[in-house]
Design a protein. Structure first.
Length: 382
């Protein structure tokens, strides 16, 4: 693999200046395959990253293949209704086991030689291994050659994985955010939609854009003018968990009344707020009094990102035939806002293809604290 040399000391020095003097990442860090490979190893394998909504596997026996940092993984809901994650690879000859989301009543079977595995990952069947059709694996084989597990956790209906196994326990990692949102009964959330978008940009642009307040009045005029954005409050919980609150996001509800079911109870601090939090490197969370959104980002190539938007509402009211149009309208609103960003992200990527001419990116002190925080965290990978 041909790759450019990364001057990590210069990058860090440029980012460690005061915001008015800080300089962004060089253009090649958005276009080079070697850079992405480092990020996948240092950020997407070594940390906690989100992969999908647990609600997409509602029944025991549901299975879904996913790709994280180029690695094929398999998410399973087992017979005890627990989510498990495995490397999606047969232990015999390494064939990718599952290629499409689906349901199995009992075992996962390899298409190559029909070795089969239970929903707990245990090796179940090895036909004709000893020359007989119903050959079962000897205990020495069974104990060593089940599916390889991947460390995982579920929080806010989102499945997180730590491929390396070296990250801190998830409960410790997420504790500051869990405490921030402890006044909400998050079990009231229901998955209303999950849609995947292909973004024509590097994953870092998509992540930074989520934190970028400066673009909201211009790209998303329906969210309010600059004055509304000025009222935002930063949220710096840990080096890996940060974002902002817009305390008056839903203030119109005080006059019009709610149009969707609200959390009960509803914490006073968040009564009209939108709280936007990034869980570095790839998870964006939006929580409001009546809905939530989870954005999941995976960089498949230096210039393309797989983006999953999971939309949630509070309670079951919007899941009847009579309220279907209202649910579709809510999901359509979230998609409209997201699509408005897609062309912007593509144009950011196109400009970086020009090389050194875009190496002098600057930060606006009034607006870009979170973007600078994000890039400082990225730079630690180098």
């Amino acid at each position: 693999m041909n790759t450019v040399a990364i001057d990590s000391k210069r990058i860090s020095a440029n980012l460690d200046r005061p915001a008015a003097d800080a300089v962004g990442l060089p253009a090649t860090m958005y276009t080079d395959a070697g850079v992405l490979a480092v990020e996948q190893k240092k950020l997407f394998e070594d940390g906690w990253v989100s992969v999908l909504a647990a609600g997409q596997l509602p029944k025991p026996g549901d299975v879904r293949p996913v790709t994280v940092a180029g690695r094929p993984l398999l998410v399973v809901r087992d017979r005890e209704n627990q989510i498990r994650v495995f490397h999606n690879v047969c232990r015999h000859r390494g064939l990718k086991l599952v290629t499409e989301a689906g349901h199995t009543p009992g075992v996962i079977t390899c298409a190559y030689h029909c070795w089969s595995y239970g929903l707990d990952g245990s090796l179940k069947g090895t036909p004709y291994l000893d020359g007989t059709a119903k050959s079962t694996p000897p205990e020495s084989l069974r104990s060593q050659f089940g599916l390889l597990p991947v460390r995982s956790a579920v929080w806010l209906d989102t499945v997180f994985v730590n491929i390396s196994g070296d990250a801190q326990p998830f409960e410790e990692f997420i504790k500051p955010l869990a405490e921030r949102w402890s006044g909400f009964d998050l079990s009231q959330l229901r998955l209303a939609d999950s849609t995947e978008f292909k973004v024509a940009s590097n994953w870092k642009f998509a992540a930074e854009n989520l934190l970028d307040l400066y673009h909201l009045p211009w790209v998303h005029a329906q969210l309010g003018g600059p004055e509304a954005v000025f009222q935002s409050e930063p949220a710096h919980l840990t080096p890996d968990i940060f974002g902002y609150m817009m305390p008056t996001f839903d203030a119109a509800r005080a006059e019009t009344g709610p149009t969707m079911t609200l959390f009960s109870p509803l914490p006073k601090r968040f009564e009209y707020a939108l709280d936007l939090i990034m869980i570095f490197p790839n998870t964006g969370l939006l929580l409001t009094p009546s809905w939530a959104q989870v954005m999941i980002l995976h960089g498949d190539t230096p210039s393309t990102t797989r983006q999953i938007l999971n939309a949630y509402v509070v309670g079951d009211e919007l899941f009847s035939a009579e309220t279907e149009e209202a649910r579709k309208g809510f999901v359509g609103y979230l998609h409209e806002v997201n699509v408005q960003d897609l062309s912007i992200l593509a144009r950011l990527q196109e400009s970086r293809e020009g090389g050194d001419s875009t190496d002098a990116g600057k930060f606006a002190p009034q607006w870009d604290d979170l973007a600078l925080r994000f890039y400082k965290r990225v730079a630690r990978a180098y």
